[in-house]
Design a protein around this ligand. Structure first.
Ligand code: F58
Length: 840
């Protein structure tokens, strides 16, 4: 502590020697240092005497932001002048993570910033670690949106991201004796240096109220409460290009008129500021609990708030860019992409704005809306397909419900008049489910009926959508359904998070062009057997493993051996993702190790199993899995007989920046969902890109990864998607015979080997053949033997390090397809019909 203080003083002394001078476009380290010093002095956020890493981070970020703003404004003006068709990506989640390293890397000023900070007594990597993650998302869907923004900017596409500025993003996960505990994460506690509030971009958003019918028959939504949506923009730089696009996040506020001064002065403080506090609730948290009626209403409010503000903004831009435009031009200027069903209300809201505010008739408004909107589906799980109570919708959005009813009515009439053969399918295809017990609006149906294009996120997933979930619509509109296999940005997920490996790749490919043309990685194949490359590859991996081991020690106090096989599964905790299969496998391994003699143990492959991820606060079984992994770790890691052969670590608070540490240090990663249930997965792509081998099922994008990197480089196991319904049926009929190894693992938990916590409710989900939450719906028992066998193949392969390194190199070499640049180029061409608009 004393040292840190002394260092702080040292740095302040160094800072004092650097002249403070504004120089937003500085390239040279000394000029950059002066610009940082300028921000310390003239954009102060702290007392003037301090220049510790935290102060240095904010000043550095502001200095980088200067440069971004220059490019950002130029891009904005350029788009304004050229007036191209633009894409608006609407998403309730953006999982941005940290920005500093990414921005400096994209601007290609890494070395100059590193030197500038050295002059100021700091180290760039340490300064970057000061930044809090922007965790405005909870999983793959949110991270995908952020990767897409990076690719849109890098490809110079005229595009915007639209989301919400949640005060508290995804919770911070604390692990206690009780298991997971959720703590609010205040990413805005100090402030975010990256956001710019646009005080001139404010739109009113209404809730509740009623529909007024004008004498001429037109309708208008009136009354209720109105809150203001204020734009906060975050710059998204492309990699080594001037283009810098925007992520526009809406915040909610009430106006001064809504503050009742009379009531306040009368001591009625709460009621005086009622609308202010209601406005604050809208963007308070991501996914507020929805078990109560109030919670449901709040979530629906959030969704509508995003849709209404974003559409008003797009319409204003459309009108402002050129006066006297025809509305029929709208779809040739605007493409709206719905990231899952959460922004579905954009459909009736666009209809309402066009009809009630702009005076268009139904047919014209419908034509424009359907030519503008496209929808991406991210799940086939029935419980994840959104259905909103009609009663709640009528209360909050009465005009939108009228519009939805009309869309539904016209859809049914169209089917009846053109496709009488589909009559029997109408009840499942239509939008409103009028079941008197629980009338709901089926959001996915509304999307499919209204969007010009619907896409799945991996080939298998899109095939399932076509054959199953949306099969009847395919017969009606054979060309509406497309596949767009997900991707990840190679900048964040290789170039910046794994600089050692990146350097090696550049050296062997003799170019760094792979960063924007990932297909070039295939050029590594020819060197896969080269011992020199293998040695370099091995040492980069070892350096990352050591780095990771340090981190694990810091956050958990567990020591792990960098010479053991690093085996990682990180993702949201969900029964279909089968972390339970992983931990049961670990338990079985532990039991067998215990039964071995010391000589036998020496012949095994030492492993460190790391599992990380957050469980949704109300998902009890997921929380029990977190607890089980922690309890198993506690026993295994402190057992001197086996703990040099096996460690089990729960990595707390998994998020984007933790992923950036884990992935480079991984050797094996687990993507083991029940076949047919994981729409795509994207961490599988990140691991594979970083030379990590996969043990996995034939699910989601695993199928395509295996095709690309070669079957022999993938540890495959488990039932395939087509088998799953039959296997479930057989189980129901009492025909399933569990493997004795599976019974042994479960029995070991029940015996109390991992403590006295009652695991029966969790284990019971694997027992029985029928009943809610029973009968092993996710086929853990069925897949267990083939999983163990695949793990044996992993252990064997790891013993031959030369072979393993070759497989690792081939994994990276085969990952070119999974760049989000490829995905976004396909969306641009095949769905949005937009082209490059490069700022020169
Ligand atoms: C994920 N969905 C899919 N949803 O599970 C994954 O397979 C896919 O790779 C990814 O989308 C990107 O396409 C996902 O992350 C959510 O987080 C839901 C948000 C709303 C509440 C329920 C979970």
């Amino acid at each position: 502590m004393a040292d840190a203080k002394a260092n702080g003083k040292n740095e302040a002394a160094k800072l004092a020697k650097i002249p403070a001078a504004a120089n937003p476009l500085a390239n040279e380290p000394s000029a950059i240092a002066s610009n940082i010093s300028y921000h310390v002095q003239y954009s102060p956020h702290f007392s003037p005497t301090k220049f510790e890493p935290e102060q240095a981070f904010f000043a550095t970020a502001e200095s980088v932001r200067d440069r971004l703003i220059q490019q950002w404004n130029e891009t904005y003006h350029h788009f304004n002048k050229v007036d191209p068709k633009q894409t608006y990506y609407l998403s309730m989640e953006f999982l941005q993570g940290r920005t500093l390293t990414n921005a400096i890397g994209s601007l290609d000023i890494q070395n100059a910033y590193a030197d500038a900070l050295n002059n100021l007594g700091h180290v760039l990597e340490e300064i970057a670690e000061q930044e809090k993650d922007a965790a405005l998302g909870n999983g793959g869907l949110g991270r995908l949106a952020s990767c897409f923004l990076d690719s849109m900017a890098t490809l110079n596409l005229p595009a915007w991201g639209y989301g919400l500025r949640y005060r508290y993003g995804l919770f911070k996960q604390k692990i206690t004796k009780q298991g997971q505990e959720e703590v609010a994460e205040d990413w805005l506690e100090k402030f975010s240096p990256w956001e710019v509030v646009r005080h001139d971009v404010v739109f009113p958003v209404r809730f509740f109220g009623s529909v007024m019918v004008n004498p001429n028959g037109t309708r208008k939504w009136v009354g209720g409460e109105v809150v203001q949506a204020v734009a906060y923009d975050i710059p998204i730089p492309g990699y080594k290009t001037k283009n810098t696009i925007s992520l526009r996040l809406w915040d909610a506020k009430a106006s001064a008129e809504d503050f009742n001064l009379f009531q306040f002065n009368d001591g009625q403080y709460e009621s005086a500021a009622q609308l202010h506090s209601r406005a604050q609730q809208i963007c308070a948290v991501l996914y507020p609990g929805d078990s109560t009626e109030e919670g449901k209403l709040l979530r629906l409010k959030q969704q509508f708030f995003l849709c209404s503000a974003s559409l008003q903004d797009m319409i204003l831009r459309f009108k402002e860019r050129k006066s006297g435009r025809q509305w029929s031009e709208f779809p040739s200027k605007v493409a709206v992409q719905l990231n899952d069903t959460h922004p579905t209300l954009a459909i009736p809201e666009l209809m309402r704005l066009l009809m009630d505010e702009e005076g268009l008739g139904w047919d014209e408004a419908w034509d424009i809306t359907t030519r503008t909107v496209a929808y991406t589906n991210h799940t086939v799980l029935p419980e994840a397909l959104e259905k909103w109570s009609q009663a709640v919708m009528w209360k909050l959005l009465p005009r939108h419900m009228e519009i939805i009813e009309e869309i539904d009515k016209r859809f049914i009439a169209m089917v009846r008049s053109t496709r009488s053969d589909l009559e029997s399918k109408i009840p499942s295809m239509c939008i409103l489910d009028n079941n008197p017990k629980k009338p709901v609006v089926r959001m996915a149906n509304l999307c499919v009926v209204s969007a010009h294009t619907v896409n799945g996120v991996a080939q298998l997933h899109s095939d399932i959508l076509k054959a199953d979930l949306f099969a009847d619509y395919v017969s009606l509109w054979p060309n509406k359904l497309q596949n767009k296999t997900n991707g990840i940005t190679p900048r964040r997920w290789l170039r910046f998070c794994n600089p050692e490996l990146s350097k090696i790749i550049t050296k062997w490919l003799k170019t760094d062009q792979w960063v924007t043309n990932l297909d070039l990685l295939v050029g590594l194949r020819q060197f896969a057997d080269n011992t020199e490359l293998q040695a370099e590859w091995e040492s980069a991996k070892m350096a990352s493993k050591k780095h990771l081991a340090d981190y694990i020690w810091r956050v958990t106090g567990v020591t792990i051996d960098p010479n053991s096989l690093f085996d990682i599964q990180v993702k949201r905790i969900h029964e279909y993702k089968r972390q339970l299969l992983n931990i049961l496998g670990a338990i079985y391994r532990y039991k067998k190790l215990k039964e071995m003699s010391p000589q036998e143990r020496k012949k095994t492959t030492p492993r460190t199993i790391m599992i990380g991820g957050k469980a949704f606060a109300t998902y009890t079984n997921a929380k029990r899995i977190v607890k089980l992994v922690n309890d198993v770790g506690e026993v295994v890691n402190t057992d001197p007989e086996v703990n040099s052969y096996l460690k089990v670590v729960f990595v707390p608070n998994y998020n984007v920046s933790v992923a950036e540490l884990l992935i480079p240090g991984s050797e094996l990663s687990q993507h083991i969902s029940t076949a047919g249930m994981e729409a795509s997965g994207t961490s599988n792509m990140k691991f594979s890109l970083n030379g990590c081998l996969i043990i996995g099922t034939l699910d989601g994008a695993n199928v395509e990864i295996r095709q690309e990197i070669g079957e022999e480089n993938f540890f495959l196991f488990g039932a395939v998607a087509e088998q799953v319904p039959k296997l479930r049926k057989e189980r129901e009929d009492g025909l399933f015979k569990p493997d004795p190894r599976f019974e042994e693992a479960k029995q070991f938990i029940r015996s109390g080997a991992f403590g006295s916590y009652d695991y029966n409710p969790l284990l019971d989900s694997l027992e029985g053949n029928t009943g809610y939450g029973r009968g092993d719906y996710f086929l853990v028992g069925y897949d267990f033997p083939s999983y163990l066998e695949a793990q044996d193949r992993v252990d064997q392969a790891y013993k031959d390090q030369k072979k393993w390194l070759k497989m690792s190199i081939l994994s990276t070499a085969g990952s070119g397809k999974f760049s989000s640049d490829r995905t976004i180029a396909q969306y641009a061409k095949e769905i949005w019909n937009i082209t490059e608009c490069r700022t020169s």
